[in-house]
Write a protein that binds this ligand. Structure first.
Ligand code: B12
Length: 474
């Protein structure tokens, strides 16, 4: 038996979609699967104690979604808590423990070393966990398991992940209590593809999901949407890095949704790159049920768009907003402030441009989380020793360690960059402002234990969190 444990207890509650996909694959391989969902448990300690007093699986899989909250003002780091959880489980059972998850995959080897877990799997979990399970029953050839980290003597060895293709996932979604998650989280996830060929300077998706796109058959995606609909779940969030990369696959998924009439029954949201996008894609997305798009806009200043290695230009942003509005799709532009070379002038240009093109809302966080293995890490390292680099910001002491929340904020923005950005926004309600730490607001745009959102969902709000917050504030 394989026991999967969801360790992500952040609120609002996001369903661990990866666990549903892994459990579906394991069952198809005739492995019995149990789920212990700590997010839905009233008392985590007694839930674990009760469970392991009755069950003795062959392998325990812990899902670790968020390594930190990627939010400069809070800088919450969740790895120490994971290590504690593993210690607590070890007191209850000596069954081997394997870690996995999107956040885990960014730091796989380091997390196995830090937490002393027996194993970790970077990247897709479906096939790899079955291979690990079989190796544990058989010859223990761990070097044959894709993406696996494991201990040999006192060191951790790590295999390369394989990024399985073509991508085919189980559509049953019957391991996780998705109805409860829908009621508590206001939306449910679904994937149409994995991987991304774009190279945005800060993005870790290339590490956790691979550098090329692997698509699911549109019919399989639509089958899964129908499965969720039969459970009464009618608001979805696409969990691809960017729904429109590749554009023609996004179009084909929409066509299939339209063919089955799903657009009339479902509302869904997506993260999207600003290019490729066009009026035709916007129109079919709306027909297929899309009600909101959150674009990776990054900036409204050409110089900063190049600094972030974006493929789009200011004009593409303006077009994207227009095509969404023409089709009745609510539009959010996600910006980032403080990247390499950001100045007060580029901040002003960006904010003024966004005001002018008039999306429904715009995210305006401060600080770029620096992940190892990204171009952002290379750029920061090229500026000299990080410990003395005025652009490197962190809330821990000692040597700079990118494993811990470490951010890049251009020192050219002066001593209070959040205040500077807020001054340019000048109270415009369309923006989710950065937190001015000297003058912190009670509400924010962090989805980490966000009581404003939890309360709104309790009283019936549904949808993407930016959309719910936008409606609450305007
Ligand atoms: C969509 C999304 C959202 C949506 C979720 C919508 C929904 N209903 O699901 C929203 C907007 C709500 C959201 C919010 C947040 N998100 Co988010 N999100 C994503 C995104 C794009 C997809 C995640 C996803 O579901 N993937 C699909 C599933 C199937 O993949 P998976 O979870 O990785 O699972 C696979 C493997 O990891 C593995 N696996 C998973 N579990 C296990 C367990 C075992 C034992 C094994 C072996 C393997 C394994 O197998 C699975 C199948 O192959 C990712 C980036 C990305 N491209 O993945 C960021 C991402 C996960 N989010 C991130 C963050 C930081 C957050 C927030 C904390 C932001 C904030 N401060 O508000 C919140 C947290 C919310 C919460 N409650 O947890 C970061 C995490 C990075 C980190 N430092 O850890 C990511 C990676 C983005 C980034 N690069 O910064 N997010």
């Amino acid at each position: 038996m394989l026991t999967l444990i969801n360790t992500n207890t952040m609120q609002p509650a996001i369903a661990p979609i990866g666990i549903d996909y892994i459990a579906g694959a394991a069952r198809q391989a005739c492995i019995e699967v149990d789920l212990v969902d700590l997010c839905l448990a009233d008392n985590k300690d007694t839930t674990l104690r009760d469970y392991f007093s009755k069950r003795n699986p062959e392998l325990i899989g812990l899902s670790f979604r968020n390594v930190d909250d990627c939010f400069w003002p809070s800088c919450q780091w969740f790895v120490p808590k994971l290590a504690e959880q593993i210690k607590a489980i070890r007191k209850l059972t000596d069954v081997p423990i394997v870690l996995g998850g999107v956040g885990f995959s960014i730091f796989a080897q380091q997390i196995v070393e830090y937490t002393k877990a027996d194993f970790g799997i970077r990247g897709d979990g479906e096939q790899a966990i079955i291979e690990l399970y079989e190796q544990l029953q058989g010859r223990r050839h761990f070097d044959k398991v894709a993406g696996l980290s494991w201990w040999e003597d006192d060191t951790v060895r790590t295999n390369k992940p394989t990024w399985p293709e073509p991508l085919s996932l189980s559509t049953g979604r019957d391991t996780v209590d998705n109805v409860t998650y829908f009621n508590r989280g206001g939306q449910l996830g679904i994937e149409t593809k994995r991987g991304c060929g774009h190279n945005c300077i800060y993005c870790a998706d290339r590490i956790s999901k691979g550098t090329f796109v692997r698509v699911r058959k549109p019919m399989e995606v639509a089958d899964e949407a129908e499965t969720l609909l039969t459970k009464g779940i009618n608001v979805l969030h696409i969990c691809d890095s960017e729904f429109n990369v590749a554009r023609n696959h996004a179009y084909a998924v929409c066509e299939e949704f339209v063919r089955r009439g799903l657009g009339k029954q479902l509302k869904w949201y997506a993260y999207m790159a600003v290019v490729p996008f066009d009026a035709e894609l916007a129109a079919i997305m709306r027909k297929a049920g899309c009600v909101g798009i959150d674009f990776t806009g990054d900036s409204g200043c050409e110089v900063m768009l190049r600094a972030y290695h974006q493929r789009h230009k200011k004009q593409d942003l303006a077009n994207a907003v227009r095509w969404c509005k023409d089709n009745g799709i609510t539009v959010m532009i996600d910006l980032i402030f403080g990247g390499p070379g950001e100045t007060p002038a580029s901040v002003r240009e960006s904010i003024n441009f966004i005001k002018q093109i008039n999306p429904d809302c715009a995210g305006a966080p401060l600080g770029v989380r620096i992940y190892p293995g990204t171009d952002m890490a290379i750029t920061a390292a090229a500026e000299g020793p990080m410990e003395t680099n005025p652009n490197i910001k962190r809330k821990y002491t000692g040597p700079v360690d990118l494993f811990r929340p470490t951010f890049y904020i251009s020192h050219l923005l002066g001593p209070n960059p959040a205040r500077l950005i807020k001054d340019f926004i000048a109270g415009d309600k369309r923006f989710f402002e950065p937190i001015d730490e000297a003058n912190a607001a009670l509400t924010d745009h962090n989805y980490n234990d966000n009581t404003e959102l939890v309360d709104a969902i309790k009283t019936g709000s549904r949808g993407a969190y930016w959309h719910i917050l936008h409606k609450l504030r305007t």
